[in-house]
Design a binder for this molecule. Structure first.
Ligand SMILES: [Zn+2]
Length: 88
C-alpha cells in the first residue's frame, strides 16, 4: 500500500524496471498543461512540458522559441502584434 500522501490521483503511476530485474511502481506528479498563446489560446510549439523544478536545469533555448514574444505568443499573433506596433 502506498503512503497516505500518495493515495491520490494527483500522482501518475510509472512502472520502472530496476537493475535487479523487478518492475516497481513509482508515483510521479502530473505533467503540467501545454503552454498556450496569451492572445488566441493556441498550443505553443517548441515548449518543454516539464515541471518547474526540472526546467531549472534546462537551457533557455530548449524552453522557448527564439523570436520576439517566443514562449508567450504564437507566430501568427506575434506577426499581428509587430504590424500593429509599426503602425503606431
Ligand atoms: Zn496566438
Amino acid at each position: 500500500m502506498p503512503r497516505p500522501k500518495h493515495r491520490s490521483r494527483s500522482f501518475r503511476k510509472v512502472f520502472r524496471k530496476v537493475p535487479g530485474g523487478r518492475t516497481v511502481l513509482h508515483l510521479q506528479k502530473q505533467k503540467p498543461k501545454m503552454a498556450h498563446c496569451a492572445q488566441c489560446g493556441a498550443v505553443l510549439k517548441g515548449m518543454l512540458r516539464k515541471r518547474a523544478s526540472l526546467l531549472r536545469n534546462v537551457s533557455k533555448t530548449k524552453k522557448r522559441v527564439s523570436r520576439p514574444y517566443g514562449g508567450n505568443l504564437c507566430s501568427r499573433c506575434m506577426r499581428l502584434k509587430m504590424v500593429e506596433k509599426a503602425r503606431v
